[in-house]
Write a protein of this length. Structure first.
Length: 272
């Protein structure tokens, strides 16, 4: 008898309070609509637009997110450092140097008894120097139990080429490679030839009328005058963006990947 597919909802970078508010309003109807077995969200910008704090992490976990991934701002807020060691549902990029707080991957129990492994990586192109994400992915995969099937990778990187290269590098070895960090949802979703779902960037969960979730006037002033200023998280209606992954639990191969983009006011979640 063929098992029903595993469905995973992956939410793009949560930006500030408006992004957290959108998660609180939309996650339950979204989860019901797509019958998600597991919810993963990148939240490295969830606290004031940069980093994650203990209270904001608790808010997102209480809202129903099962796994929080991070990125280059993983350690921006010092109060989260102890929680990275204590809370297995929060992971930071695995290719940070040995000795930093937290863990870079984990195996999680989803609904219906499904098991899902989530790996977080950060890129090196136009980013801070870290260990090689490609070699790190190889090392993690080589150490996973033989029975591991469903593996989702959050590739948090600036360069589209680096993200796409990771997709090809892991094609057939993981269920999905989903890019985060740039806050702009791309339209290149596909299932690669050997069964790995791929998207260059899942997008942003934050204020739609903004510049990457930040107040557009402050950002425009910086571009026009080149005078350093304080960027603030934008105010207004938020949009939740991400992808829904459908995965064969027996082979770990992706069956489908679907982009989503839902306005905060659309509580009926009928727009996708």
């Amino acid at each position: 008898m063929t098992s029903l597919p595993t469905t995973i909802l992956f939410i793009g970078d949560i930006s500030g309070k408006p992004g957290r508010r959108a998660v609180s309003k939309l996650l339950d109807p979204l989860r019901d609509r797509c019958a998600a077995d597991l919810v993963i969200a990148n939240a490295e910008n969830a606290a004031g637009g940069i980093g994650l704090t203990k209270p904001t992490a608790k808010e997102l976990l209480d809202a129903g997110i099962d796994v929080i991934t991070l990125g280059n701002h993983a350690f921006a807020k010092r109060d989260i450092h102890p929680m990275l060691d204590q809370e297995p549902r929060i992971i930071r990029p695995a290719n940070y140097p040995v000795g930093v707080p937290g863990r870079g991957w984990g195996e999680y129990e989803a609904r219906r008894g499904r098991r899902v492994t989530v790996i977080n990586l950060v890129g090196r192109v136009f980013m801070n120097p870290v260990d090689c994400p490609f070699a790190c992915a190889n090392s993690i995969l080589a150490g996973l139990p033989e029975e591991t099937r469903t593996v989702v990778v959050d590739m948090h990187a600036e360069a589209t080429s680096e993200k796409m290269a990771m997709g090809w590098h892991l094609d057939g070895r993981v269920s999905a490679v989903i890019g985060t960090h740039t806050h702009i949802q791309t339209s290149d979703e596909r299932v690669l030839p050997h069964g790995t779902a791929y998207l260059t960037d899942a997008g942003m969960t934050g204020v739609h009328d903004s510049v990457l979730g930040l107040d557009k006037d402050a950002v425009l002033e910086k571009f026009l005058l080149q005078i350093p200023g304080r960027f603030e998280v934008a105010e207004g209606e938020a949009t939740l963006q991400g992808v829904v992954l459908t995965i064969d639990p027996q082979s770990g191969r992706a069956l489908d990947i679907q982009r989503i983009s839902v306005r905060e006011s659309d509580v009926t979640v009928q727009s996708w």
